[in-house]
Design a protein around this ligand. Structure first.
Ligand SMILES: NC(=O)C1=CN([C@@H]2O[C@H](COP(=O)(O)OP(=O)(O)OC[C@H]3O[C@@H](n4cnc5c(N)ncnc54)[C@H](OP(=O)(O)O)[C@@H]3O)[C@@H](O)[C@H]2O)C=CC1
Ligand SMILES: CC(=O)[C@@H](O)[C@H](O)COP(=O)(O)O
Ligand SMILES: [Mn+2]
Length: 356
């Protein structure tokens, strides 16, 4: 396989699964964590490697090192592997997703931003999602007609924070996810509930279902529900550990134990809460976004600019969502019909969001 984002949270777990099941790693792509990349090179002996910064090239213990955005695409063109795991973070993952699909490869996709910004322009029949909720939905689906789907949210770092304290919370505070250990960007998106908005779009493009919603399940043990036409609802439960969705994405089908079973008696109870816009202002636009799913590129670009501003302490976490909503309303007519337009709108929205 080819692994993009090998030094990240998903990347490291993907390599654990690859090692356990003897999957050959043909190529590794990382960003700035060269120390970890070198360890991975030593263990997995990839044929090709790519990194983000040319200055780091002399530090990489490998003869075939590609560099930068173009480098990732060149690396993909060299590889023979059928499976590409895209665990890059943010909009930077889109071009590699497009290239992997263009080359006829199967795309195991953790980089949900690819689907958020361009889901209507990608061939999802060649994509296997690596996202716990979408894995859960896929696991539940059978032959019976579906009425709707619901995914769960943990509520993020500020689920129980008094509302009047939210504006004082820092980037570091937002990184304290209650249940999952993940990269920084998705953990911030969990705290603002933007991750769940993205996941509704992801579900829309992957499963073609229109009736979609999300609900808070504070333990992150139930990941998804499917409502069938007959009135039945089924739920997917599993421990909060990405190795299970990753194992299925890498292997297709899995019969060996990956995680211990859920122990219902020790869990005792489950509870559910509505997602309230007072705590998660991004939820105000949820219905509108689902009615206009091709506008995900605007939300994503505004959110990425906002996260950097939040990190730089220029804005609060509440302002992060407010700015995304402002951009979403400003770019009402920005509906990309081609992949080139996705890149163009992304640039335009970033320019706009940097201007205020
Ligand atoms: N973590 C999770 O449990 C889940 C994650 N996802 C999605 O998966 C994706 C990855 O998430 P996660 O693993 O948490 O993120 P991390 O931040 O932990 O990892 C991101 C990876 O991408 C690499 N990277 C970042 N920028 C570049 C670049 N310009 N060029 C090359 N490599 C780059 C990083 O390299 P380096 O660290 O070396 O700089 C790292 O290997 C995201 O889209 C996220 O939404 C979805 C569901 C669950
Ligand atoms: C592990 C995973 O799939 C994440 O997307 C997770 O769902 C994030 O947690 P939240 O439920 O807090 O968004
Ligand atoms: Mn998820």
């Amino acid at each position: 396989m080819v692994l993009l984002g090998s030094t990240g949270s998903i990347g490291v777990n993907a390599l654990l699964i690859a090692k356990r099941f003897g999957i050959t790693v043909e190529a590794l792509v990382a960003g700035k964590n060269i120390a970890l990349l070198n360890e991975q090179i030593k263990e997995h002996q990839p044929k090709y490697v790519a990194i983000s910064d040319v200055k780091d090239r002399p530090l990489v213990n490998h003869p075939n090192v590609f560099v930068g955005k173009e480098g990732i695409l060149e690396l993909l063109q060299k590889t023979q592997s059928f499976l590409v795991v895209n665990a890059l973070v943010g909009f930077a993952g889109l071009a590699p997703s497009i290239e992997a699909l263009r080359l006829g490869k199967r795309l195991a996709l953790a980089n949900k931003e690819s689907l958020v910004v361009a889901g209507h322009l990608l061939d999802t029949s060649h994509i296997t999602p690596i996202d716990s909720e979408h894995f859960g939905l896929w696991y539940l689906l059978g032959k019976r007609p579906v009425r709707g789907m619901t995914i769960t949210a943990s509520g993020g770092a500020f689920r129980d924070t008094p509302l009047n304290e939210l504006a004082q919370k820092s980037f570091q505070d937002a990184l304290k996810h209650p249940n999952w250990s993940m990269g920084a960007k998705i953990t911030i998106d969990s705290a603002t509930m933007t991750n769940k908005l993205f996941e509704l779009l992801e579900a829309k493009w992957l499963f073609g279902v229109d009736k979609l919603d999300a609900i808070i399940e504070p333990k992150s043990l139930i990941h998804a529900f499917v409502d069938f036409q007959d009135g039945s609802t089924t739920a997917h439960l599993a421990a909060a550990d990405m190795k299970l969705p990753i194992a299925f994405a890498l292997l297709g089908e899995v019969e060996e134990p990956i995680l211990p079973s859920i122990d219902l008696a020790s869990i005792g109870s489950f509870s559910f809460q509505k997602i309230e816009p007072a705590r998660y202002p991004i939820w105000e636009i949820k219905d509108d976004v689902l009615a206009h799913p091709t506008r995900g590129v605007v939300i994503n670009a505004a959110n990425e600019v906002g996260i950097t501003k939040f990190f730089n302490q220029e804005i609060t976490i509440l302002e992060l969502a407010e700015r995304t909503i402002k951009a979403y309303r400003h770019f009402e007519d920005a509906i990309p019909k081609t992949l080139d337009e996705v890149f163009e709108i992304d640039r335009e929205v970033r320019r706009y969001c940097l201007s205020f």
